[in-house]
Design a protein around this ligand. Sequence first.
Ligand SMILES: [Zn+2]
Length: 216
Amino acid sequence: MSQTLPGTIPASLFEACADSIAETARELAALGWTPATSSNFSMRVDADHAAITVSGRHKGRLGREDIMLIDLDGHAVGTDARPSAETALHTQIYRRWPHMGAVLHTHSRTQSVASRLFASDGVIRLQGWELQKAITGYLTHESTLEIPVFPNTQHMPDLVAQVDAWLDAGKPLHAYLIDGHGIYTWGRDMAETQRHLEALEFLLGCELDLRKLRAS
Ligand SMILES: [Zn+2]
């Protein structure tokens, strides 16, 4: 599969994005957070384009040929490859926030179980955890970090609309869970996004442990 780049995007820029995605994906796959070719990852390339994982590839073994260019409407640019089925959830972030530079979506066991457990509430409220401070903008464990849990659907416009509705209500959003599915989070660059993902995985695991211990 070949990727032809528009004249405005230097090959070195696209390759740097592809390498960053592949490296992060390898680390997340090694943690077991991307089972059975699930999960998808992207990085902003410029104001109008992002690099994103090609659909259906094993995330522990990505090379540059497994990353493709899309525009912010989610259309493939300069390639016949098919982007992830969930591309619209990535481009939504880039369109809403021009300063956001990366989006990570994984399907870890902890994320999946937490999404089922809290689906009926529609939200997980994290409070009192020091690691909330790993989320940009949260300066104290005393703040409340709300992670919405949206119903799963194969119809992406429905999910896009739920995210828009949350944001249009003026509520802060750094991540969301999809019921029985996984998590989306983002940040200004890949490092910040990976920090958000690791913190959220840890916090969700703590909440699940507390529930179990209190029930026993
Ligand atoms: Zn998914």
